[in-house]
Design a protein around this ligand. Structure first.
Ligand code: ADP
Length: 409
């Protein structure tokens, strides 16, 4: 049963599909595509919109479900960025994104301080021991003599990006968008080909049926796969790239506190510097920490991640990540213990492909219009802090709206 005004949902191939035309098709229901679909419904309520996702909601393999979900003022992009229209507005866009997140139900949005730790003094830094005095569990993770200074961001917050994608896709459907799951989209001139996928009884994923759909606009929000879709379907080359990021787990207590759930009691997000630049983020989650290693560089075309070795023993962490963690063992002695789950093979450690807009590891989210009827939306490494604004911006540009909610007149 669908609520009045709600869109249709096709979750499996048993449900007949006979549409041939949409105004807008959004490929990918990660947090970028889901948000864009919702904003498009709000800004273009008369349009017929289809959101297509090759997996479920959220996709277990996408970048969204494995994103840190850490909003922090320390990640607000500097400089001009890559979306020309948006360049001067990053701070305002980050604040707008935060307000959207805070208003969203069901994503466990929590105000939670973030502490960036340093070896030297600097502006805005306070002694680490003082910053973590109320958080003995957090203090126990590190050697405060090695990282004696901390820069707090008391405006930081954490949330669940996978839940955000699911909530926004659900809201888009209630607002009239159609949604098709387990369906792989391919770009073709003037529209898309949809391959509806099913699983055989020998567990192979096969195409059950294909449909060719015309669309006035296609928004490619397929994460790391977006640039490839453009290239394969339409022969459009871009400078974008991707990287494989793993998120190992550290099983050491977090959120011990008084258990009151008050912001002051929540273990802070910790960020520690890595030699030669970048940082490792420790995000309190499920009573321990999820580690978000820095991204070193774009992965070359055709790169397939493999595990590394620690004292001769195979582990499931890729070599650069392993080297960073080994280099941090003095500052974070807990990394040298069994609390760090390295697994034996790559499959043991959660990981996902992340889009790198412009091939840069520090690039803000961006959208582009490579053809008059095709838009590309990329979240990338900073999507936690400014992603929703980029999704909104694309929707507004598509709708021909000039003013942005974060722009001051
Ligand atoms: P983002 O942060 O940009 O949302 P994700 O990787 O989480 O990045 O989201 C991209 C989504 O697009 C994933 O859920 C993925 O399954 C989906 N996707 C990728 N390629 C296709 C495709 N060809 N057809 C349909 N969905 C796709």
């Amino acid at each position: 049963m669908t609520a009045a005004g709600a869109g249709q949902v096709w979750a499996h191939v048993g449900q007949a599909f006979s549409e041939t035309e949409y105004d807008v098709i959004v490929i990918g229901a990660g947090r970028m595509g889901a948000a864009c679909a919702l904003y498009l419904r709000q800004l273009l309520p008369a349009s017929k919109l289809l959101l297509v996702e090759q997996g479920g909601l959220p996709n277990e393999d996408g970048a969204t479900i494995l994103a840190a979900g850490v909003w922090t003022a320390q990640d607000i992009p500097e400089g001009s960025g890559l979306t020309p229209e948006a360049a001067p507005f990053w701070k305002a866009q980050a604040d707008w994104t935060r307000a959207q997140l805070a208003a969203q139900d069901g994503i466990q949005f929590q105000k939670r301080p973030l502490l960036s730790l340093y070896t030297t003094e600097g502006p805005g830094r306070i002694p680490t021991a003082e910053a973590l005095a109320a958080h003995p569990d957090s203090l126990a993770v590190l050697d405060a003599d090695q990282l004696p200074f901390a820069e707090p961001d008391l405006t930081a917050a954490t949330y669940r990006p996978g839940a955000l994608a699911a909530a926004q896709a659900g809201a888009a459907v209630r607002a009239g968008a159609d949604l098709m799951l387990n369906t792989q989209a391919h770009l073709i001139p003037g529209g898309v080909r949809l391959d509806r996928l099913t699983v055989t009884n020998t567990h192979q994923i096969v195409t059950h049926e294909s449909h060719t759909i015309r669309a006035r606009f296609v928004v490619v929000a397929a994460g790391a796969e977006g640039p490839e879709l453009l290239e394969q379907g339409l022969g459009i080359h871009t400078t974008h790239a991707r990287a494989y990021r793993q998120t190992p787990r550290l099983n050491t207590p977090s959120d011990g506190g008084s258990g009151s759930g008050r912001a002051a009691d929540l273990s802070p997000v910790l960020r520690v510097p890595v030699r030669n630049g970048g940082g490792l983020t420790l995000r309190p989650q499920n009573g321990g920490y999820t580690l978000y290693p820095r991204i070193h560089h774009r992965d070359p075309h055709g790169y397939a991640p493999t595990g590394g070795r620690l004292t001769g023993v195979p582990v499931g962490l890729r070599r650069e990540t392993l080297e960073d963690l080994v280099g941090l063992m003095d500052a974070l002695p807990v990394l040298g213990t069994e609390a760090l789950e390295t697994g034996r093979s790559l499959a043991d450690v959660p990981g996902a492909w992340l889009a790198l807009p412009g091939g840069r590891t520090d690039a803000p989210p961006l959208y582009q219009r490579p053809l008059p009827d095709v838009w590309l939306l990329l979240g990338g490494p900073l999507a936690d802090t400014v992603g929703l604004a980029a999704a909104f911006d694309l929707a507004a540009a598509c709708a021909g709206r000039s003013g942005r909610p974060w722009q001051k007149d």
